[in-house]
Design a protein around this ligand. Structure first.
Ligand code: BGP
Length: 468
């Protein structure tokens, strides 16, 4: 029972902006984070984990520690500094070098085309709310396929549309820092799905080798108690954050039960969703042709009804108990005292991953295969005697891998698991104090130290067996 099938990938994940650093090196253009973070003056992303220079060392660590898959993303503004126009050859070469190094070390690269890092020039034009962005994204993706498809077997169109729009338009901790605008959030998710679908179409029309998928963050939503109104709140958040995107991805249209809630939420927020028949045509085509779904899972949420105005406080400091997340027309996330949580108030609930995997395989029987493309535990790690005794993280990953094994035994097709993150990286809204890596980084010297979890993960990967 604790054995994984041969070929199951034990990988780790990174994202360009969070790992590479070198934000002004090699002709790279700005993303929408650069000026914003500089103006804030709180977190400096300019060096991050210095993956830009250190990737040979990091890939060699992967090989040594049994990590046989890696998620990397291509920084769009390294290839097209202004988002469109002439490619920057230094950027193009950088990713050739990185991908080659993955292959040389027998670490399968899963390459993401958009991981939260829209180029500044396109952000200024409205980001995913503008049609121009969608066109530019299709051109960027087409360029990457032409350039790298001969050596990349797994492509990911977009990372976590929900987190992008929640950050930009609901929580307001991603630029343009708009709060509580659920209408913009839903519209932007739709546009991202259209961009995704058009890119799947290009990939399939050109018959590139390899596979293409999308990554969604999919966290289960439960009622906090047995009141009907709590069940409704849980359902509302599930539909807005999960099911809307899953329907668009797998069914190519939003089903009646989804639209009933979406329309209700839009009405309560005085908004509408704009779509065209052509968009649904391409969504339907991509739904047919998609090769895999990537699931990022960290936490589940417990909800109660909420009638007030939207009110959110983001816990970006790791001060336990400081989160508030209450949305008009949806519901309020409340603390469940029976469930442990991280210092950032993320409930640790592996059952939520199992429930989500099963739910997806039941609602979308046309689904192909899935990978858990991110899962991990953010913690305030302490380096002692050259390592970190991160037993909490090992427990966390153990329980989530166990949930995956249970899902597989119930017939769900999961083919791999990527820990977030390979090494400690820059966290978008929490800086450097929230660490997830298998390898600890001393950010002053950029030295890597394997944590206890890296040794444990190595033995799980090499034996393909879940051992505690
Ligand atoms: C996911 C993102 C990652 C990463 C991770 C941890 O949503 O895909 O980029 O940041 O979450 O999140 P955080 O750094 O906010 O703890």
């Amino acid at each position: 029972m604790n054995q994984f099938e041969e070929g199951f990938i034990f990988g780790a994940a990174t994202a360009a902006y969070q790992a590479e650093g070198a934000v002004t090196v090699g002709g790279k253009g700005k993303t929408y984070w650069d000026d914003y973070l500089e103006a804030q003056g709180v977190f400096d992303p300019s060096t991050a984990s210095d993956f830009y220079h250190k990737y040979p060392e990091d890939l060699s660590l992967c090989q040594q520690f049994g990590i046989n898959g890696i998620r990397i993303s291509i920084a769009w503004s390294r290839i097209f500094p202004e988002g469109t126009g002439e490619p920057n050859q230094q950027g193009v070469e950088f990713y050739h070098g990185l991908i080659d190094e993955c292959l040389k070390n027998k670490v399968e690269p899963f390459v993401t085309l958009h991981h939260f890092d829209t180029p500044e020039a396109l952000y200024q034009k409205g980001d995913w709310l503008s049609k121009e962005m969608v066109e530019a994204y299709v051109a960027f993706a087409s360029f990457c396929f032409k350039e790298y498809a001969s050596k990349v077997s797994y492509w990911i169109t977009i990372n976590e549309p929900w987190s992008v729009v929640a950050g930009q338009y609901i929580i307001g901790h991603f630029p343009p820092n708009i709060k509580y605008d659920i209408t913009k959030a839903i519209q932007s998710m739709h546009n991202m799905l259209v961009g995704h679908a058009r890119v799947v179409k290009v990939f399939k029309e050109h018959k590139y080798p390899g596979e293409i998928g999308i990554v969604h963050i999919l966290e289960s939503k439960y009622p906090i108690d047995d009141q009907l109104s709590s069940a409704q709140a849980a359902k509302n958040e599930h539909i807005v954050a999960n099911q809307f995107l899953l329907d668009g991805t797998f069914k190519g249209s939003y089903q009646a039960d989804t639209m009933a809630i979406i329309n209700d939420v839009l009405k309560k927020n005085n908004g509408t969703l704009e779509t065209t028949p052509e968009e649904f045509e391409v969504l339907a085509l991509a739904a047919e042709e998609l090769d895999f779904l990537g699931i990022n899972y960290y936490a589940s949420h417990f909800l109660a009804a909420y009638d007030g105005e939207s009110h959110i406080h983001h816990n970006g400091s790791g001060e336990k108990g400081s989160s508030i997340f209450a949305l008009k027309g949806i519901g309020e996330r409340v603390n469940n005292p029976t469930i442990p949580a991280t210092d950032w108030d993320w409930p640790i609930y592996p059952q939520g991953l199992l429930d989500m995997l099963v739910e997806i395989s039941q609602r979308y029987p046309n689904y192909h295969k899935m990978y858990v493309t991110e899962n991990g535990m953010g913690d305030k790690d302490v380096l002692e005697n050259g390592t970190v005794s991160d037993d909490n993280r090992i427990d966390y990953v153990f329980l989530h891998l166990e949930a995956i094994q249970q899902a597989i035994s119930q017939g769900v097709n999961v083919q791999g698991y990527f820990m977030w993150s390979l090494m400690d990286v820059f966290s978008w809204t929490n800086g450097y104090n929230k660490r997830y890596g298998l390898f600890y980084i001393d950010f002053a010297t950029q030295t890597r130290y394997p944590k206890k979890s890296a040794h444990w993960f190595n033995s799980v990967s090499r034996s393909q067996k879940l051992i505690s």
